[in-house]
Design a protein around this ligand. Structure first.
Ligand code: C2E
Ligand code: CA
Ligand code: CA
Ligand code: CA
Length: 286
């Protein structure tokens, strides 16, 4: 009897589990089909978030952030579909589109505003893009096509991307830097890696993760972390960008610590191309 009961219980458990799994599978399959379709008809959007100098609050450039406005589901955040795009390999086409579109916008802005010549564009690149041949070639082609100075482009990679296949990724980063493209480590401080690996890395910038900035006012501990990241960057000759700056208090602290750049809702949320253009139009650029 007990055996029967257990079997039943287990059976039931399995069925519940299956139903849930099934629903998730259907969900992600339909999302995958939709993503494939939206990529084919060029239906994704690229938004741009300003990056400013901490000292003068002067516009320095933008980070390109992908958006998917789904007809039924509404705005789907990238955290929902980037992992799916990575799993399915769709990230290759998506990533190429992001690089092309970001460079096209930057070129457009430089044509409209001569003062925009020194603006930079940050683009996120994921592990699968590094693992697939052709990334460096694609970036090089897009820069040439748009007649952009390679130093205008900054590629953002996370520590985990580098650590997953260090030798290969470092090789590709070196090739990008040989083109003149700059490299930023994204979400710095959240990785599991030791700091010593930074020493011989082909990188130019560190982006301090938002989680350290958000607790900035309250916790003395976060203060110390941000302080050490900035001094570490200084000693390695890297510039520092703080992400997720939401308040003037946070900005003042970053200024006292001599952080180079900042990005966050305090300045602007990510905006569409037209709005970004307006921001450039009204900003003081030397
Ligand atoms: P990320 O690279 O760390 O991008 C910064 C995220 O922080 C963005 O979220 C941005 O909207 C958000 N953010 C910026 N300032 C603030 C602030 O002051 N407060 C708060 N609370 N949030 C702020 P988003 O656009 O939802 O992007 C999420 C993540 O998706 C990105 O994190 C990045 O990892 C990924 N992603 C976005 N676009 C791309 C892309 O084109 N390619 C790849 N591979 N990944 C992308
Ligand atoms: Ca980023
Ligand atoms: Ca980040
Ligand atoms: Ca992030």
């Amino acid at each position: 009897d007990i055996a029967m009961y257990r079997a039943k219980q287990q059976g039931k458990g399995i069925m519940l589990f299956d139903a849930h799994m099934h629903q998730e599978l259907v969900e992600s399959l339909s999302l995958e089909m939709d993503l494939r379709e939206v990529l084919e008809r060029d239906g994704l959007l690229l938004f741009y978030q300003p990056i400013v100098s901490v000292a003068e609050e002067r516009l320095e450039g933008f980070e390109a952030l992908v958006r998917w406005n789904h007809p039924l589901r509404g705005m789907i955040p990238p955290d929902r579909f980037i992992p799916l795009a990575e799993e399915t390999g769709l990230i290759i086409d998506l990533g190429k589109w992001v690089i092309s579109e970001a460079c096209r916008s930057l070129k457009l802005w430089q044509e409209i505003y001569p003062k925009a010549a020194q603006l930079t564009m940050n683009v996120n690149v994921s592990i699968r893009q590094f693992a697939t041949p052709g990334l460096v070639e694609h970036i090089s082609e897009v820069l040439q096509l748009n007649k952009l100075a390679p130093a205008c482009l900054k590629i953002e990679v996370t520590e985990s991307v580098i650590m997953q296949d260090k030798a290969h990724v470092v090789g590709e980063l070196n090739r990008l830097r040989a083109l003149g493209v700059q490299i930023a480590i994204d979400d710095f401080g959240t990785g599991y890696s030791s700091l010593s690996y930074l020493q011989n890395m082909p990188i130019d910038h560190l982006k301090i993760d938002r989680s350290f900035i958000s607790g900035f006012q309250e916790s003395q501990e976060n203060d110390q972390i941000v302080r050490s990241i900035i001094s570490l960057a200084r000693s390695l000759g890297l510039s520092v960008i703080a992400e997720g700056v939401e308040t003037r208090g946070q900005l003042e602290k970053l200024r006292a610590l001599q952080c180079d750049k900042a990005q966050g809702f305090m300045f602007s949320r990510p905006v569409d191309e037209k709005k970004a253009r307006e921001i450039i139009g009204t900003s003081q650029l030397s």
